[in-house]
Design a protein around this ligand. Structure first.
Ligand SMILES: C[S@@+](CC[C@H](N)C(=O)[O-])C[C@H]1O[C@@H](n2cnc3c(N)ncnc32)[C@H](O)[C@@H]1O
Length: 417
């Protein structure tokens, strides 16, 4: 197969050679008239790569194979896709995830796009099902090279893991479609570190659950004994469930989405035995869990003063992404400052704040900076106990810092003496 070649400015040679997987449209000279989702070769200095062309959007080319010093490069084919899938599956198994998982987890990210050398798509596993999310339209357009690649990947995954169904994540207002096999039942039960979670693959947020926080939830479990937890932006209560399983005395899930909170109640019921065994003197699981429907972004300080949250000494703060593009970055930083200052002000001396940001436009350094400003505004001393991102099933190439979207920091909040 011959593919067209695009010559890029020399300044892109270094990132291309280092493995940065994106070429932004404003770096592509002229306006090449190429079919959406077709293979294209890009060259800058001596570096070259083969990638998929996107006719629209800020990212013009997603690079799959590269050669730091040029030379021929074949367009990825079915055999190549199968090898990439086999490698990703093997890497997850080596992390202890997957069949017979020693950490009792069968919900995790099978493919993390750029991090697994397959840019523009993610695939999450939920037991015997997998959910594909695409970030370039051509993946879903039959006839394109991108679609042919996706078909090969899906087949290889389904065969390697004997999946019952591989699904395209539903877009707003669209029904879920099966790319392979059968659609899932309305609800799938999966396990995360031994706890049972209900996942609605038809209508859930993200691809069903927020898998990127798996190890962060385990961290909270290890810190929760004897604590009273306020889980803000709770979704289906996954952080609370881990905290209760770690011996928390009580947990309150707060979110604006009623349906998610209803799932949180069912998740606690499904894990009642584990929760009660973790703190036998604390009473039945259901009596130690509550939900609260509240808009937390409108006025965080007022929300944190809600009487049901009084006495919380472990606050989890996991808002949704607060900036979709660079232009919203400053507003996002302001919102993080307000939220975190309100949470710190509400904590007693020695309280813990487990705070997250999934906004890609906010770097780990910027997030730390905002936390320091929030501590100053709240008049507290805050110390970092733990600083993390996503788990090993979300690998990030060193040359692609944009890939590290998740920040997770645990702070101890001390009142100045
Ligand atoms: C990143 S998710 C939380 C994931 C969760 N911590 C977990 O581990 O599964 C963000 C949550 O914020 C909720 N949310 C969005 N806007 C909100 C608002 N203004 N007030 C309260 N919750 C909101 C969404 O419904 C969603 O459940």
């Amino acid at each position: 197969m011959t593919v067209p070649t695009l010559r890029l400015p020399a300044q892109l040679a270094e990132p291309l050679a280092a493995g940065h997987p994106w070429v932004y449209r404003d770096h592509v000279p002229g306006h090449p008239n190429l079919p959406d989702g077709a293979w294209v070769r890009v060259e800058a200095g001596r570096a070259a790569a083969i990638g998929l062309w996107a006719a629209e959007g800020a990212i013009a080319v997603r690079a799959f194979r590269r050669a730091a010093t040029g030379g021929p490069l074949a367009a990825p084919d079915r055999a190549w896709a199968e090898a990439m899938v086999a490698r990703a599956v093997d890497q997850r198994a080596r992390l202890g995830l997957g069949a017979g998982s020693p950490i009792a987890t069968d919900a995790y990210r099978l493919l993390f796009g750029e991090g697994d050398g397959l840019p523009g798509l993610t695939i999450d596993r939920y037991g015997r099902f997998a959910v594909v999310k695409t970030y370039a339209d051509a993946y879903r357009r039959p006839g394109s090279d991108a679609h042919a690649l996706l078909v090969a990947i899906v087949r290889a995954l389904a065969a390697a893991l004997r999946l019952k169904g591989v699904l395209a994540a539903p877009r707003a207002g669209e029904p879920l479609t099966a790319l392979h096999g059968e659609p899932p039942p309305p609800e799938v039960t999966v396990r995360e570190h031994g706890l049972a979670f209900l996942a609605n693959l038809h209508e859930g947020q993200k691809t069903g659950l927020f898998l990127d926080h798996r190890e962060n939830r385990a961290t909270v479990r290890g810190l929760a004994r004897g604590r009273r937890v306020a889980n803000l932006f709770a979704y289906a209560g996954a952080f609370s469930l881990h905290a209760l399983a770690g011996g928390a005395l009580r947990a309150i899930d707060v979110d604006v989405a009623d349906a998610a909170l209803a799932d949180a109640v069912r998740n606690v019921a499904a894990n009642a035995a584990v929760i009660e065994a973790a703190a036998p003197a604390a009473g039945p699981a259901a009596s130690r869990h509550a939900t609260l429907t509240l808009d937390l972004l409108a006025d965080p300080a007022a929300a944190l003063r809600h009487p049901q949250l009084a006495g919380s000494d472990l606050i989890v703060l996991d808002p949704p992404s607060l900036a979709r593009h660079k232009g919203q970055r400053h507003a996002a930083l302001r919102a993080y400052r307000r939220l975190n200052a309100a949470a710190m002000a509400a904590l007693p001396d020695g309280g813990l704040l487990a705070t997250a940001s999934c906004t890609a436009q906010v770097s780990p350094e910027a997030f730390r900076g905002v936390l320091a400003e929030a501590a100053a505004a709240a008049g507290v001393d805050a110390r970092v106990l733990h600083d993390a991102g996503h788990a090993g099933d979300h690998p990030v190439p060193l040359a692609f810092p944009e890939g590290r979207y998740l920040k997770f920091v645990v702070l101890r909040v001390d009142r100045p003496t």
